[in-house]
Every structure is written in C-alpha cells, then in structure tokens.
Design a protein around this ligand. Structure first.
Ligand SMILES: [Zn+2]
Length: 520
C-alpha cells in the first residue's frame, strides 16, 4: 500500500511518507467568518474530511486543524454596516459555518482555533521574526521583509513584486512593495490587542503560521487550501514559518480546485479560459476555496437552503465526484443528477433490508483497511467484490481520486444487484444459505467503502421540499412527544403513538442514537 499525492511545492506526484511514522498532521485554511457560507466554502472541508477518513482507514493517526479567521478588515466593515461588534459578526457566521459542516458530514476536524484566541502565540511568532531580523516595525505596524528571504516564491513561482499588498498609508511605510503586514496598528474604533508595538491586530497570513505551529509543530505533513490561496497567502505562510524556524514548514502542499457556478443552458456564453480567469481574479483573499461569483449567482442561495433542498449527502456526493484538484462545475442540474444516482443506492439498501431483515445503516463499518480483506477466491461474487475493493483503494491511493472510487461503488452495487437477481435472494424459499451469506459479506464491503468517503452514515429520515418538509417537522414533533412519554414512563401513551402511526403505515424504529421513521 502506497499513497501518492500531488505536491504543489515540487509539482510532482510523490509517495506519501509522514514525518513521524504512523502519524499525520493536516492544516487546512478555514473561513474568514464575515458572511454566511456557500457551497464553494465546503469544497476544502469535504475533501480533507475524506482525506482524513482515508488516512485513518489506512492505519494512520491523524490530527486535522481548520482555523477560523475572526479578525479581519472584512469583519470590521461588516460589523459597522450592521451595527454589530466584530465578535458578534464572527460568532453568527461561525455558527452558520459549523452547521453547514455538520450538514455535509464533515465531522473529522480535531481543532478549530480562532485567531482572536491565539493572539499571544501570534505576537510571540512575530517577535521571533523581529529577533531574527526578518521583520521591521514602523509606527505600530510590523511588516515581513520579503527581500531577506531567498526562498520566497518557491511554492507559487511568483515574485514578491506581484503581491499587491496593502495600499494607502501602510504602503508608504514599507521598505519594499512586496512586504506584507504581520501586525496592523489599531485605527480608532477598531478591535485591538496590546503588543510590543502598541495596540493593534494580527495580519491574516501570520495567524496560520502561528496556529499551525502551536497545534502541529514547526514542520508538519500536509497543508491544504484552495488554489486561490497559493499566492500570496501560502507563500507568505512559508516565508514566515521557515524564516522563523530555519526548517521546512510543510512536507506536502495540497490545493483543491475552486467551485464555479454554471448556469443551465448557458455554457456557450463564455469560454472556459475566460471563465477560469474570472474565477482567479474574483477569488477574494481570505476566503478559502471560494469563488466569489458563486455567492452572487442567481439560485445559489444560502448553503443551509441548499442542504434543505437537496440534502447534505447529495451535496457531499456531488463534491466528491470531481477530482479535488479540478474545478467543481456547480449546477442545479448536476445536483439533480447526483440525487438520481444516490437513489440507486437507496433502492439497493431497501432491497438489502428486504432480503436480510437488516438495515444497511446499522452495519458497523470495518474501520481499518487491513481488517476488510475478503477470503474465498472460489466464490465468484466475493472475488468480484474483492476486485472492486482493490480498485477502490488503488484510486484513493492515487492522489485521492474520489470520483474514480465512487465509480467503483456504483459497479459494486451493480454486481450485488445482479447476484441478488440470479440467486433469487428475495425469495426465501428459493435462495441458498450460502448465496445469502456471500451477498451479506459483499454488502459489508460496500458499507466499509462508503464509510471511508463519509457517505450513507445515517438513514435518511426526510423528504425534502414543501409538503415533505411539513411531514418532516410533524414527524419530528410526534417522535419527540413519544420520547418524552417514555422518559416519564408513560408507556401507554408511547405505545398508543406507535400503534396509531402503524395503522397509518408509518414505521418507527428505535435505535441507540434515536428513533427513525419511515413513511408507507
Ligand atoms: Zn491559512
């Protein structure tokens, strides 16, 4: 088993060998929380959630950090517009971001440090750069002296001159236009912290250097982010960390493609190249993996709305079908197609339940790759399942080709369905116990592989849209009332609820993590 990944730093696909055997540290640049999240913000989190799952499955112990930028010009501006404090704006949008992560099944993050909670660490880091003469202070501002860093530009192949940096007053204080701010002197009415250089606040780039060092060390394995962050943000992170520590910051730099909204039927209006250039220009610094066009495009709406309309599972599946380094072409049509694809899985899970009496969602996924090997080459079904499993792993090992891995899942379901037809598994009188056992073992592998991608983790309970949403909410209420009755040992009421629902054809199923229901 060898995992290979494309390293932006070397522009090569390399064998993955962690710095410390068996352990992996991952840092992903998170959001600047000045506005609500949109689907473009979820590309990185969904990809790296899957990367972590796959590395854990492959036997590594993984620590994954995603920062929250909660102090920034954009937050201050937004607060002023809305008559709120910066902290209130940050708090509101962080809650929205977290809810959306949960909606898309992103639950593998170990640490989410906030910039405002790491000010001491940031000041200490800047002081380290001052002590080594890589930074200079002018009237309360502190800048990184890019001219002192001979390695500057190695990630992006760009020079410091192409960095626009701060204009106005700050620009006049800099030794060179490519220098960038590490610490910004406080202006009136702005949130600020005390520092050796006076009241002020940290620049954006230094946050990531300081927080990654605190949680992952001076050198760590994987740093991720959208490709719009390569320059200047990641180039500056490298400059800060490597000049401060005198050693490499990151072994593998992974960059995901951005998301681009494609209006249905209007694909011919703009050439691919024009559109890509627009994407690159419109990407806003500080907004990880976001194409800002997205937030303005008609129909894109709030992410919470999309999760409600299409389901978080559909969105996750949709994002994973594109290779992480490619541009995600977002369209409602694409989401509809994804939803249809997912229905094939749902029908198969229902069939599995009819045949075995077991819920697919209740099967405990095999957590480690080494534990999922299939025995019995003489069983044609299991031989095929083993082949699909090997192909799935080969695709994931090859720079996390999730789209290719998903194709193997479709093939696996096709094989299992075909086998169920041939062996008449739905006819309990006609089927053989051996065939049933093979089928069940095959489905265990399907459970294993879908769990690696973070898919089908819980049974769907919802029908989305209009009336379906009303039914959802009413059923939520009924289930809650029944749970309350049971809690106070009013079993007569609880049983009565179950009985009446049963008469209506609605099935309830009590599980460890709550009660689920199914409509007739
Ligand atoms: Zn960052």
């Amino acid at each position: 088993m060898t995992i290979r990944l494309y390293n932006t730093l070397t522009r090569n696909k390399e064998e993955f060998v962690p710095i410390t055997p068996g352990k992996v540290g991952i840092y992903l640049c998170g959001p600047t929380v000045y506005a609500k999240a949109h689907i473009g913000h979820m590309v990185g989190p969904v990809i790296f959630d899957t990367v972590k799952r796959y590395l854990v499955y492959s036997g590594y112990q993984v620590t994954w950090v995603v920062n929250i930028t909660d102090v920034d010009d954009k937050l201050i501006k937004k607060g002023k517009e809305r008559g709120l404090s910066m902290a209130e704006v940050a708090c509101e949008n962080t809650a929205d971001y977290l809810a959306n992560l949960a909606g898309l099944g992103v639950d593998q993050i170990d640490h989410m440090p906030k910039a405002t909670e790491n000010i001491d660490e940031i000041i200490q880091f800047i002081q380290g750069l001052m002590d080594r003469d890589f930074a200079y202070a002018v009237d309360g501002d502190v800048f990184f002296d890019v001219g002192k860093d001979p390695g500057y530009g190695k990630l992006s192949n760009r020079s410091a001159d192409s960095q626009q940096g701060e204009g106005g007053e700050a620009a006049a204080k800099k030794r060179s236009s490519g220098d960038f701010a590490l610490w910004k002197a406080a202006k009136a009415d702005e949130p600020s912290w005390d520092s050796p250089w006076g009241l002020g606040r940290p620049g954006w780039h230094i946050e990531c250097s300081a927080m990654s060092r605190r949680l992952l060390g001076e050198t760590f394995d994987i740093h991720g982010g959208g490709l719009d962050l390569i320059f200047p943000h990641h180039e500056n992170e490298i400059a800060q960390s490597e000049c401060c520590h005198g050693k490499p910051m990151v072994k593998y730099w992974l960059h995901n493609g951005l998301l681009r909204a494609v209006a249905a039927g209007k694909l011919g209006g703009r050439s691919q190249r024009e559109a890509e250039q627009a994407t690159a220009h419109e990407a806003t610094p500080g907004e990880a993996t976001a194409d800002t066009k997205m937030s303005r495009s008609k129909g894109a709406g709030g992410l919470a709305d999309q999760i409600e309309r299409f389901g978080g599972e559909t969105l996750r599946f949709f994002l994973l079908r594109t290779h992480y380094r490619s541009t995600v072409e977002y369209s409602e049509q694409g989401l509809e197609e994804t939803k249809t694809g997912l229905e094939g899985f749902a029908r198969f899970f229902e069939r599995f339940q009819r045949i075995t009496g077991q819920s697919f969602y209740e099967l405990t996924p095999i957590a480690r790759r080494a534990d999922g090997e299939l025995a019995g080459d003489d069983d044609p079904l299991l031989a095929e399942v083993a082949q699909r499993r090997a192909d799935f792993a080969a695709k994931m090992d090859d720079d996390f080709n999730t789209g290719g891995a998903i194709s193997e899942l479709f093939e696996l379901v096709r094989a299992l369905n075909k086998f169920a037809d041939q062996q008449q598994l739905e006819d309990s009188a006609a089927r053989s116990p051996a065939a049933l056992a093979s089928f069940q073992r095959g489905v265990v592998t399907l459970r294993e592989l879908t769990a690696v991608l973070g898919l089908f983790r819980t049974a769907p309970t919802s029908k989305t849209g209009g009336e379906g949403e009303l039914v959802n909410q009413l059923m939520g209420l009924v289930v809650e009332l029944r749970a309350d009755a049971r809690k106070r040992k009013d079993f007569a009421t609880a049983d009565r609820i179950r009985q009446v629902l049963g008469e209506l054809g609605i099935a309830l199923e009590d599980r460890k993590d709550g009660t689920i229901w199914r409509l007739p």
